[in-house]
Ligand binder design. Structure first.
Ligand code: ATP
Ligand code: MG
Length: 426
């Protein structure tokens, strides 16, 4: 087949109705969890000032260095299509004066994000994330609650063998010393690192730990661990988080080299993965952590925060792989057939009465052939078919046919809604 002249940009796709039922299902579960745990919904703009991300997420991160869709507007503004949701939420927290509300402020979002990555399975240039953020609270119990919340959402989506990978990456007190020790360790092994990581050594050796190249894994696995260098406050915080997770019976794996690809994290970082058969993971479904410096970096004073974000496409792909189906919204049980101009006119009005009464009804008003209309009603699996022929239209009547029994009943048009309501109740 000839390729169509216009196609979606690389890494971006149309999401059709059947696929959208998955998005809807996930959204509904998020909404329920948000209501239960007291999170308010927020939707921030797709575009933000580029500097929000270069400062917030960090100059040296892959997201900012390689993955952002950034451009200059005709008015000369430097804007970026949001690659993640935490920095925009923190920006909104400051801009909307949420610091003067009772703390903590709990917010959640669900929407599209953009990263210029190499498109592949589970990795797109436009993808959807939902995220939950808690601002204005430093207690480790929040870290555990955030993890619990994502765990519950995935549980409600019938995920089973979930594991939390968790680490602490310290704070501005303890991290600098560790970074120096890590740097010298990595520099001594530069020849065993990929070219990208050798470049990273110059400005942000820390980011080597986030490298996914096979070549670098041996060096990373033997690298010094932040956990051994945590200051007392960070150490205590991490210990509490783990104790809370134990309390909640959430299985976790200590990952001493997990740093996550964003610079704003402090203390706790985590990822949630599903372990497939043979311990094989389907990739990271959720990523998150604590970000006690982010609001300050963005000019909003000292406000601790903690949150996470989940990749909707990855969740859907994992659901499909495991054969989890979501039911599509039930199709109408009633089909209206019409024959002749008068019947068509009266049908047009009748449909509106069904609409007002919130009873879904299907039709093919644009078709004249009764055969074609009945075929569609059959295909749809309609339980009741309403038939208005020329004669019925003249007498203001309509036939109700019960498709299961084949029984027919002639009723006045003005009584048909009540009649159908009675039938549907049975
Ligand atoms: P990865 O290490 O897989 O690149 P990440 O650390 O960049 O992930 P986050 O920024 O923490 O991911 O985003 C949270 C979640 O969003 C990820 O765990 C993943 O499920 C999803 N995600 C991230 N990037 C993409 C993408 N390009 N396409 C689809 N989903 C994505
Ligand atoms: Mg990434």
């Amino acid at each position: 087949m000839k390729k169509p002249r216009f196609q979606t940009p690389s890494g971006m796709r149309d999401i059709l109705s059947e696929e959208l039922t998955y998005y809807q299902k996930i959204f509904d579960i998020c909404q329920k969890m948000a209501d239960f745990y007291g999170f308010e919904r927020i939707e921030t703009p797709i575009l933000e000032q580029t500097e929000l991300f270069s400062r917030g997420v960090g100059q040296a991160t892959d997201i900012v260095k390689k993955e952002m869709f950034s451009f200059k507007t005709k008015g000369g503004d430097e804007l970026t299509m949001r690659p993640e949701g935490t920095a925009p939420v923190a920006r909104a927290y400051i801009e909307e004066g949420m610091r003067s509300r009772p703390q903590p402020v709990k917010l959640w979002y669900f929407g599209p994000f953009f990263r210029h990555e190499k498109p592949q399975r589970g990795r797109y240039r436009q993808f959807w994330q939902f995220g939950f953020e808690v601002l204005g609270e430093a207690s480790p119990v929040i870290d555990a609650q955030i993890i619990q919340l994502f765990f519950n959402i995935l549980g409600a989506l019938k995920f089973k063998d979930l594991a939390v990978k968790i680490n602490s990456i310290g704070c501005s007190t303890c991290r600098p010393r560790f970074k120096r020790i890590l740097s010298s360790y990595l520099r001594n092994r530069a020849s065993s690192l990929c070219s990208e990581c050798r470049r990273r050594l110059k400005e942000s050796s820390w980011r080597v730990l986030d490298c996914k190249e096979e070549k670098c894994q041996a060096v990373i696995n033997n690298a010094p661990q932040m956990l051994d260098y945590l200051c007392e406050i960070c150490h205590k915080h991490f210990k509490s988080v783990l104790e809370f997770l134990d309390e909640l019976s959430i299985p976790y794996i200590l990952e001493p080299h997990l740093v996550r690809g964003l610079d704003y994290y402090t203390k706790t970082v985590f990822e949630i993965v599903e372990m497939g058969k043979e311990g094989k993971s389907f990739g990271t479904l959720v990523g998150g952590g604590r970000y006690d410096n982010l609001v300050k970096i963005l000019g909003g004073g000292v406000v601790p925060g903690c949150g996470g974000a989940a990749g909707v496409e990855r969740i859907i792909e994992a659901m499909k792989e495991r054969g989890v189906k979501v039911s599509s919204p039930s199709s109408p049980k009633i089909f209206l057939c019409q024959l002749g101009t008068l019947a068509k006119r009266k049908s047009l009005v009748l449909i509106e009465r069904f609409q007002e009464n919130k009873i879904p009804i299907a039709e093919l008003l644009s078709k004249d052939s009764l055969r074609v209309q009945l075929e569609r009603a059959n295909k749809m699996g309609a339980k009741y078919v309403l038939i208005m022929g020329q004669k019925e239209a003249l007498e203001d009547k309509i036939i109700i046919k019960d498709m299961a029994t084949g029984r027919q009943k002639l009723v006045e048009i003005k009584k048909v809604i009540n009649e159908i309501k009675k039938q549907l109740k049975k």
